[in-house]
Design a protein around this ligand. Sequence first.
Ligand SMILES: [Zn+2]
Length: 167
Amino acid sequence: MDSGYVTFSDKKGIFYIRINLDVLSKLHSFRQIEGFMPESGGVLIGEVYGNNGFWIKDVTSPFKNDISDRYRFVRQDPAHQKVVQNWHQKSNGTMQYLGEWHSHPEKKPSPSLIDLCSWKKLSLNMKSQMGGQPFLLIILSMIDLKKDWVAIYDGKNNYTKLEVDLI
Ligand SMILES: [Zn+2]
């Protein structure tokens, strides 16, 4: 059942994130490699290991009621939350919401001011449910996973960037 995974880690080797290969190929299909492709996004779903390990095993992608255009993605369709809840039940609570992903029409993306504000707001809204657990954030580049922006956010002002481990 396990399809293999790729590992991301930070410079100090504190955090690691595993992403299943089938999840990566799903994400890959949303890279904005053509001029007409809109921003896409969704939630990251998986398992948590202690305080520093995360394993992304599924992601959602845009639903009908999300806002998706060339320079903007707003996740607002309740279907994302439904998928998280289904996983949560099916796995007896081991699979859970881990964070957010969206694409940018950039070769080497970084968060916009709007991104930073919306993540801050999100962390305030989620505080009671997540119990201070950090969020994972991914911004897909136009190129590949070596150029993607991957970070762990503590819900305040600290972002720890992670890079894909060389295989
Ligand atoms: Zn963005």
